[in-house]
Design a protein around this ligand. Structure first.
Ligand SMILES: [Zn+2]
Length: 342
């Protein structure tokens, strides 16, 4: 069977409707409660699905409409983490945050996003992707007063993630993606245990597996950090050979408007590559031709069956009309290049 060319997808999140949560804000609190909140989340998922379908996105997500945050919302459902008494830590060596404390062995009380996955699958005919945080990125959002070892905590999270991912996969989703922005910061740990804990999280899954590694949302702390990275961003050079040798099927990376040398994609060997062709750090909406340019440059290193035009990162902090226009640019840019390929 021939595979379709340039199947489009997104990194994961999309903005929420203003009746569900305060717009243009990370960790925005819910504006509904109880059964109204549950229903509101499902309605918001239906809306982001229609937006993605209309824009020509082939592998759709629920836009993380059911989560306040891509890491914290998952950890809140685990035992062994104290959210009431916080400690200050430095996140990804970039900014200080008051974070929850690991006070005992971590464990999953029950399914976290499994019902969401089932609903997503039932609400669209397109292929669907569900995102989960990666073990290292989870470790990096907590103060660990129990394991006293980032590696040990990561292995514990990997076991939990694998149990969750197996149940999500059983609902029939097509792709499960682990978000590991921490892979762009802690290179020694990526080499020593990061890729292995990621593989443990993805072990035995019957669906396609992916990892998303980026330079973060377009928030000030990330933009300031990017400004210190110089004219060429070669962070991926250290992780891509490790991922090429790993059991993970797909790698999602940042390209649009970044200083990542595009030839680093060549280090990903035979993997599917999710090329970020939409910049999430600006409200300027790309033209289809802007998107097409990124895709064409990536095609020098990845065949069109394995190249997925994608966003650089999640779009949750953007205004909703901007995110919708960016989705349309992504779909239209991919269509332009598909037409050229014949
Ligand atoms: Zn990202």
């Amino acid at each position: 069977m021939t595979r379709p060319k340039l199947p489009t997808t997104i990194a994961g999140s999309l903005p929420k409707p203003s009746w569900l949560a305060e717009p243009v804000k990370l960790w925005a609190p819910w504006r509904l409660g109880g059964e109204a909140l549950a229903e509101g989340k499902r309605d918001a998922v239906r809306l982001v699905l229609r937006d993605q379908e209309r824009a020509g996105i082939d592998i759709v997500t629920d836009g993380e409409q059911t989560r306040r945050h891509f890491v914290t919302t998952f950890i809140e459902q685990l035992d062994g983490v104290d959210f009431a008494n916080r400690r200050t830590v430095r996140i990804r060596n970039r900014y200080d945050a008051d974070v929850p404390v690991v006070t005992g062995a971590v464990s999953r009380r029950g399914p976290v996003f499994v019902d969401d996955a089932r609903f997503l699958k039932s609400a669209t005919d397109r292929r669907v992707k569900v995102t989960l945080p990666g073990p290292m990125t989870m470790v990096d959002t907590l103060y660990d007063a129990h394991y006293r070892s980032r590696e040990k905590l990561a292995w514990a999270f990997a076991e939990i993630l694998n149990a969750e991912a197996r149940e999500i996969a059983a609902t029939g989703v097509d792709v499960i993606q682990f978000d590991e922005p921490a892979f762009n910061v802690f290179f020694d740990e990526v080499r020593d245990w990061g890729v292995r804990t990621l593989e443990r999280a993805a072990q035995g899954l019957p669906c396609t597996t992916a990892v998303h590694i980026c330079y973060g949302y377009g928030i000030k702390a990330n933009i300031d950090w990017k400004n210190t990275l110089g004219s060429e961003w070669r962070q991926y050079e250290q992780t891509f050979p490790l991922l090429a040798a790993s059991a993970i099927d797909q790698v999602s990376l940042e390209c649009a408007n970044s200083h990542v040398p595009i030839d680093l994609i060549g280090l990903l060997g035979g993997k599917d590559v999710l090329v970020g062709a939409i910049d999430v750090a600006t409200e300027r909406v790309e033209t289809p031709e802007d998107v097409a340019k990124v895709i064409r440059s990536a095609l020098r290193f990845v065949p069109p069956e394995r190249l997925h035009p994608c966003t650089n990162c999640g779009m949750v902090p953007l205004p909703r009309d901007v995110a919708r226009a960016k989705l349309e640019a992504l779909g239209a840019g991919a269509a332009l290049v598909r037409a050229e390929l014949g």
